[in-house]
Design a protein around this ligand. Sequence first.
Ligand code: CAO
Length: 460
Amino acid sequence: MVKDSGVKDSGLKEVLVPDIGDFDSVEVIEVLVAVGDTIAVEDSLISVESDKATMEIPAPEAGVVVDVKIAVGDSVSQGSLLLILEPSGDAVVAEESAETPAAQETAAPAQAAAPVASKPASVAQPAHIPPQQTQQTQQTQQRPSPTAKIDEVSFARAYASPSVRKFARELGVDLGRVAGSGRKGRVIKDDVMAYVKQALSQGPAAGAVGGMIVAPMPEIDFSQWGEVETQKLSKINKLTGKFLHRNWVTIPHVTQFDQADITDLDALRKTMAAGLSQKQKDQGIKITMLGFLIKAVVAGLRELPRFNASLDASGENLILKNYFNIGIAVDTPDGLVVPVVRDADTKSLADIAAELGEISQKARDKKLKPSDMQGGSMTISSLGGIGGTQFTPIVNAPEVAILGVSRHKMTPVWNGEVFTPRLMLPLSLSYDHRVVDGADGARFTSFLGKILSDADGMAE
Ligand code: CAO
């Protein structure tokens, strides 16, 4: 509602509160304009709040704000003086979307504005984006998350009209995450639509991992620094990458480092290797430390059964397994695959050695079936043949632990009297800390150390 102001012939106009339905004496919770502001028709001037709803009062005319006659905390009714306006006379293009929500909301019934019934931002907030919201939108607008739940506090703080709030709520969009492109950063309907569009085009896996928002990777033209060549990732690379990423971000990992004295065991291994027949050698059978490690891990799983378990999908139950299937990470030209040695507890070292030869060959010939890589109890990733001193393997979910093995090294070990040369094998046990406690992590590697140092026991 506009009235000529008291200043005769000044051309100034008084802007009054229009008919706001049943609302009488409602509290001003936000003043959205200040003296000197140039406003367009239907720009929101103030937000008011009753016990049922919030609503915004739009500008009836474009112009420059000469004086503001109300403040946050005041009560207003129809006809209350809001401000003095110097009308521009010309049509000022509104920055809001064509369907200016505030205008419709003026007369909106209480239930239309119901979604904003929760307390809005602090009443002391000035007519600009609260710093908190600015920060939030900077962080999150780059990567919309279709799966993110609505945070009621940030939703209430968002700088948007009731109809935009209603629209966002209908689409399940957390307004606090949407950057506003309207006047003074106000979130308009187009912003909400753009947010949803971007979120849908990215899909849930692109930016949201278990509700977590990750910063997007910028697109970089590396050729600006020199010659480059683009190589397509293999199918295996892409698939393992996806699972490794999921496991890395969803499993709270701890890696326990230890060393096992395998001096005697390696001597036994060499003796056994020397005893292989030519036929066995021709079949590709090799006696490496890996066969012993599989036996040792089976013994460890018997000793500490929580390592031979998986969390169910709800994350509330542990499925304990009574089988002993050991996954082996195999490096192939196309990427990493993990075939499983089934029922390793029932197999002799020679059987395991033969099977290892077969499955690693099958892996490299791309002949593994999906079923060959399922149903593991725990995985071993042995990089000993290649090198390295320690590493932090990623748990191969749904398993809860993985044993990393690095290159053994002859090391001076103090036996209480003198240093003696011992062949030490570095072990890196990563485990899911939701299932395995640190104490059990250390118990597992200590147990492995104990049995790997007992060559006679391992030979049985
Ligand atoms: N320390 C020192 N030498 C070791 C060793 C260790 N811990 N483990 C194996 N070796 C030796 C072997 O004795 C063998 O020696 P010889 O050539 O003198 O006989 C040599 O290294 C090669 O062993 P290998 O790799 O052929 O056999 P393996 O049983 O140790 O491993 C396999 C088999 C399939 C696991 C392995 O070939 C492989 O692919 N390893 C990589 C696994 C991987 O990529 N893991 C990464 C997962 S995380 O990205």
